[in-house]
Ligand binder design. Structure first.
Ligand SMILES: Nc1ncnc2c1ncn2[C@@H]1O[C@H](COP(=O)(O)OP(=O)(O)O)[C@@H](O)[C@H]1O
Ligand SMILES: [Mg+2]
Length: 376
């Protein structure tokens, strides 16, 4: 048994249903899709809870002896080879932990068949898979062999490829088409494609002529409903004989725009403070959090051109903005022309700093927006 967390507002990953707020409907729909042999695509803004929801789903699927779940975050990958390495590592860790007695002959054969070697982390003892070749063709063969191995298991394998938009950055020739062909070749394996880059995810899975066009059921994850989140927050405070007023909770939701990670972060701080939760303490906590993020946020400025930075500040101050190229907005923020604005907006969108949803531009990271609002 894992030890109980000392603070119920978890900041990394997933612990157990007790510390996971709501998402009942989303869970039911995802679970229903997987159990009815449909692959799914999950997308949302960053830090809203995609990865945690996948872990929540996996928590229950694992209890059902008919499923084996595999999770691979491919954000740090830059080629099909490194993706294959991630997936192979997930397979070896999972089967190693199921079998408990070190690596069985089955897994050793598996590693040999995919042409890989194994390394053990000197501290954790966790195995990692490394390929000795660096060749696209060979990576394709290895990934194929991995999926063949998975499709031969008694149980259904469910594999989540998180931050899937990353594959569009590979130099390899059309990795999307290759992965799509594998998905078709192994219909017994369930795939969850998850990603934060809204535009890329939408275009990959709904764009005409795209390899994944209409091949999955698509879910857009929205913020947790404020009533459910309030109930969850109050429940955990009450359990520790602490109280938090609805007024304070509303302020947190407002300030964080209900971006899950930040709600958790503020609640985690408030929970650990031994003071009464006054409105001043809430405001104070906001400021402290911004102070801590200062180093990261101020660095954004160095990564942008001066026009891009000015546009980011303008959008932060007036967010949400529906017509950034209007004369009034340009004049107000002293941007010289429509084309300057359009170019800057395009660059900020590519960098995922801003995003257009339902005709309005918003700042992807709510805390960055709050920091800009109060600093400039
Ligand atoms: N339903 C939830 N209840 C409580 N905490 C959550 C919930 N969903 C996500 N979190 C927490 O919020 C943070 C961000 O979630 P994460 O799943 O990493 O977001 P994403 O994958 O969308 O970027 C994590 O620290 C996670 O523990
Ligand atoms: Mg994630």
């Amino acid at each position: 048994m894992k030890q109980k967390p000392s603070n119920p507002f978890i900041l990394t990953g997933y612990y157990s249903p007790e510390y996971f707020c709501d998402r009942n409907e989303e869970y039911a729909k995802l679970s229903e899709a997987i159990k009815n042999e449909r692959n799914v695509t999950l997308f949302s803004l960053r830090r809203l809870g995609k990865t945690a929801l996948i872990q929540h789903l996996f928590y229950f699927l694992e209890k059902d002896n008919n499923y084996i779940t595999l999770y691979a975050d491919i954000l740090s990958t830059d080629s099909l080879q490194s993706l294959t390495q991630k997936v192979a590592t997930a397979v070896v860790r999972k089967f190693g932990s199921i079998e408990k007695r070190g690596l069985s002959q089955k897994i050793q054969d598996f590693i040999r068949n995919i042409g890989a070697g194994i390394e053990f982390d000197p501290v954790s003892g966790n195995p990692s898979i490394k390929f000795t070749y660096a060749d696209y063709h060979q990576s394709k063969l290895s990934l194929h062999t991995i999926l063949e191995f998975l499709s031969n298991q008694k149980q259904t394998v469910v594999i989540a490829l998180d931050e899937f938009q990353q594959i569009t950055k590979y130099q390899d020739e059309n990795p999307e088409a290759f992965i799509r062909s594998l998905v078709q070749e192994f219909p017994g394996i369930r795939f969850i494609f998850s990603g934060s880059h809204r535009n890329i995810m939408i275009s990959l899975f709904t764009g005409h002529g795209q390899p994944f066009y209409r091949s999955t059921q698509i879910f857009e994850l929205l913020p947790i409903h404020p009533d459910e989140y309030s109930r969850f927050i109050k429940y955990h405070f009450k359990k520790a004989n602490k109280t938090i007023k609805q007024e304070a909770i509303n302020q947190i939701f407002d300030w964080t725009n209900l971006q899950t990670y930040y709600v958790q972060l503020v609640c985690n701080r408030l929970y650990s403070s031994n003071e009464n939760i006054t409105m001043e303490l809430v405001q104070d906590t906001f400021l402290k959090i911004l102070e801590e993020e200062q180093a990261v946020f101020s660095n954004y400025r160095n990564l942008l051109t001066s026009v891009q930075w000015r546009v980011l500040v303008a959008l932060s101050k007036d967010a949400p903005v529906s017509e950034p190229t209007s004369g009034a907005f340009l004049r107000k923020h002293n941007i010289s022309s429509t084309s300057t604005m359009s170019t800057a907006i395009k660059a900020l969108q590519e960098k995922e700093l801003i995003i257009k949803i339902k005709g309005q531009y918003i700042i992807h990271d709510t805390l960055l927006m709050r920091w800009i609002q109060q600093s400039f």
